[in-house]
Structures are given as structure tokens and as C-alpha cells.
Design a protein around this ligand. Structure first.
Ligand SMILES: CC(=O)SCCNC(=O)CCNC(=O)[C@H](O)C(C)(C)COP(=O)(O)OP(=O)(O)OC[C@H]1O[C@@H](n2cnc3c(N)ncnc32)[C@H](O)[C@@H]1OP(=O)(O)O
Ligand SMILES: O=C([O-])CC(=O)C(=O)O
Length: 372
């Protein structure tokens, strides 16, 4: 048996959702640079799920459906109050809440296409409500209901703070959601596909995916980047910090990627946003530090920044708590997970690879009373 560690380079499925070819990312054939520049997150969700960009009527209807489905069952909100909320990571809360949402959905186990589409809308609409409600409840605040006249990006910021967000903030947040929405067969998407390939339900697939996204080698890296920036403190400290980490053979979070070699096409958009937003807040040190870390690190290692590196200073500049960065990734990536889950259902086969056994062999069973 040939073992490919980490399945690097292994092609595990066909897909028409997104592609990464020669370091170019497309969603359904549309270049990410164009989508980041021009598209709303709702347009991108529609594109990922239905394979085409919506016309205005379709987009209006879709946006309305999302806002009508954003409320959470009271039981989910009450549940937040039953655990030690100040000690719980929001990704753990999100993972549990999505599983719980499945229990409140009478259609959870109805597997026909129409029911799956309705569940997709509910999940996409409810994830932002879960993250923002959790954030408020742990601060002793009441959750804020979404506004019907706001899109997903504006509503997220509104539900988080209870205040109408600025146009600049909404534009930046929308762009971040667009940039994170899908990424071919990344670890969390693969997890979702493996899960639903057993013909398990969509809630199980998304719950499993959230668990995979949480890790710092994947979505958890954006929070880890912010932790690093906080430790570095000033641009002047950046060089010594990076050199010490490298000398200790530690990783610098937000750099490297399994698929990209020359660079992650999303990073330039986030870098630009980081510069703009830190200028607006007057806290330019986060951008300056990031630039310095990139400069020093890439001189030492041929590994460019990935999507997580500059998203940290972007979210920080929007006033978002650092442990919400990865849940925000999930709010966006759930659109991609769902697109892949629906694609998996449409042409399913159980995913079940093999392991090359390297454990001990020909053991003799010894009764417990005779064991050392
Ligand atoms: C949304 C996302 O999931 S994007 C990725 C987010 N994750 C991170 O930013 C965490 C930091 N980066 C990493 O850990 C890796 O680059 C990954 C997980 C993204 C990719 O992992 P892999 O393709 O398995 O590469 P792997 O970890 O084997 O690294 C290959 C070599 O590059 C080095 N390397 C890779 N990334 C980094 C890094 N960020 N800092 C320092 N060295 C690194 C490794 O130490 C290894 O060196 P070696 O061959 O001398 O042992
Ligand atoms: O594709 C990957 O391996 C990681 C990922 O999700 C991304 O970069 O958005």
C-alpha cells in the first residue's frame, strides 16, 4: 500500500463548486478577485448553491428568505445559559448550537432535495444569529433580532453590537465573507462530505465541519494570528519574534498552505482592507506589524501569507472579539459546506479509504487475571 501523508495531492472527488488551479481560485468558474470586488455575500451563496449568479428578482427573494429564517428557537438561547459561558470557546458553542438546531428542525432527517434546500437556508441564516447571540449573552446582554432591511454582513455587525454599522464596516465585512466562502476540498469541507456520504443529515455534516474548522492548522489560525500580533505588540519587536519562533522550529500562524505555492489570491484583498481599516481606526500598528512579520518570515521561508493572516487585523479593526474570528469564518464557510453537502448527496458514494496497518501482530489473548 502507498500511503500519502495528509492525503496531499490525492484527488478524492469531482466537484463543480470551486477550483484552485495554478494558484487561481474560482467559485463556479468566477474568479475570486471579481467576486471580492463586486459581489454581495448573498450573491455568492446563491452562486455556490445553485450554480449561477442570481438576477435581481432572484437575489431579492433569496435575501428575504434568509432574513425570514434568521430567528433562533428560544431553546437554543436558553441552552447558552446552562453552561459556563465565560469559559466556553465560541467555536464549541457554535458546534453544539448547530447540533441543537437540528433537534428543533422537524425536517432534520427528511432527505429530499426541497427539504435539504430549506434546511440550507435555515442554517445559513441562523449561524450569524448563533454567533452574535452567544457573544451578547456571555456579556450579560440580550440578543438583537436581525433587521429585515439589512443584508447578511450588515446584520451580523448589527446583531453583534446593536448599533447600525458604518458603510465602510459593512463593505469590509461583506468582502471578508465572500473571500472565505468556499475553498475546494479543505479539511472542514472534506469532513462535511465524509459525514453526509453516510447519508447522515445536513446538521450532522455542518456540526462535523465546525469541529474541523476549529483547529489552529485550519480556521483557528485567524485567532492564533491575533494572539501572535498581541504578543508582538509593536512593529519593532516583529523581527526578533519571528526569528525566535523559527529558531525554536515553531510555526508562524497565517503562513503556508497545502495547495497554494506562489501565494493565496485572497491575502492581497485582506492586506488592502487591513491597511484601510487600521488607518481609519488610527491603530496602524496592527497593519505595520503584519507587514513586518510577512517581510521577515518570507525572507526566511518561501511561504506566503494565507487567508487567515490579514483577516486577523481586519476583524480586530472592526472591533470584533478575537475569539469570534473563527466563528465568523464558519458563518461564511457554511455556504461552501452546504454547496458541497448538496453536491455529495446528488452523486453519493460512501467515503471509506484504507489504512496501512503498522501495529503489532499475532498477539495472544491473556485473561485479565494473568496480566501484569
Ligand atoms: C483557512 C486555512 O485553513 S489556511 C491555513 C491556516 N493555518 C495556518 O496558518 C497554520 C500555519 N500553517 C501551517 O501549519 C501549514 O502551512 C498548513 C497546515 C497550512 C499546511 O500544512 P502542510 O501542507 O501539511 O505543510 P507542513 O506543515 O507539512 O509544512 C511543510 C514545511 O513547511 C514548514 N511550514 C509550513 N507552514 C509553516 C509556518 N506557518 N511557519 C513555519 N514553518 C512552516 C513546516 O515546518 C515544514 O517544514 P519541514 O519540511 O522543514 O518540516
Ligand atoms: O483549503 C485549505 O486547505 C484551507 C482553507 O479552507 C482555505 O484556505 O480557505
Amino acid at each position: 500500500m502507498t500511503v500519502t501523508r495528509g492525503l496531499e495531492g490525492v484527488v478524492a472527488t469531482t466537484s463543480s463548486v470551486s477550483s484552485i488551479i495554478d494558484d487561481t481560485l474560482t467559485y463556479r468558474g468566477y474568479n475570486i478577485d471579481d467576486l471580492a470586488e463586486y459581489a454581495s455575500f448573498e450573491e455568492v451563496i446563491y452562486l455556490l448553491w445553485y450554480g449561477k449568479l442570481p438576477n435581481q428578482t432572484e437575489l431579492d427573494e433569496f435575501t428575504k428568505l434568509l432574513s425570514e429564517n434568521a430567528s433562533l428557537p428560544q431553546g437554543v438561547l436558553d441552552h447558552f445559559k446552562t453552561y459556563p459561558i465565560d469559559k466556553v470557546h465560541p467555536m464549541a458553542a457554535l458546534r453544539t448550537a448547530v447540533s441543537l438546531l437540528g433537534m428543533y428542525d422537524e425536517e432534520a432527517d427528511v432527505m429530499d432535495e426541497e427539504a435539504n434546500n430549506r434546511k440550507a437556508i435555515r442554517l445559513q441564516a441562523q449561524l450569524p444569529a448563533v454567533v452574535t447571540a452567544f457573544s451578547r449573552i456571555r456579556k450579560g446582554l440580550e440578543p438583537v433580532e436581525p433587521r429585515k432591511d439589512f443584508g447578511l454582513a450588515a446584520n451580523f455587525l448589527y446583531m453583534l453590537t446593536g448599533e447600525e454599522p458604518s458603510t465602510v464596516a459593512v463593505e469590509a465585512f461583506n468582502k471578508a465573507l465572500v473571500l472565505h466562502a468556499d475553498h475546494e476540498l479543505n479539511a472542514s469541507t472534506f469532513t462535511a462530505r465524509v459525514c453526509v456520504a453516510t447519508l447522515s443529515d445536513i446538521y450532522s455534516g455542518v456540526t462535523a465541519a465546525i469541529g474541523a474548522l476549529k483547529g489552529p492548522l485550519h480556521g483557528g489560525a485567524n485567532e492564533a494570528v491575533m494572539k501572535m500580533l498581541t504578543e508582538v505588540e509593536t512593529p519593532e519587536n516583529a523581527e526578533a519574534y519571528v526569528r525566535e519562533k523559527l529558531a525554536n522550529k515553531e510555526k508562524i500562524m497565517g503562513f503556508g498552505h497545502r495547495v497554494y505555492r506562489q501565494g493565496d489570491p485572497r491575502a492581497k484583498h485582506l492586506r488592502k482592507m487591513s491597511e484601510k481599516l487600521t488607518n481609519l481606526t488610527g491603530e496602524t500598528k496592527w497593519y505595520d506589524m503584519s507587514i513586518k512579520i510577512e517581510e521577515v518570515f518570507t525572507k526566511e521561508k518561501d511561504l506566503p501569507p494565507n487567508v487567515d493572516f490579514y483577516s486577523a487585523s481586519v476583524y480586530h479593526s472592526l472591533g470584533i472579539d478575537h475569539d469570534l474570528f473563527t466563528p465568523i469564518f464558519a458563518v461564511s464557510r457554511v455556504s461552501g459546506w452546504i454547496a458541497h453537502i448538496l453536491e455529495q448527496y446528488s452523486n453519493n458514494r460512501l467515503i471509506r479509504p484504507r489504512a496501512d496497518y503498522i501495529g503489532s501482530d499475532k498477539q495472544t489473548y491473556i485473561p485479565i487475571s494473568q496480566r501484569d
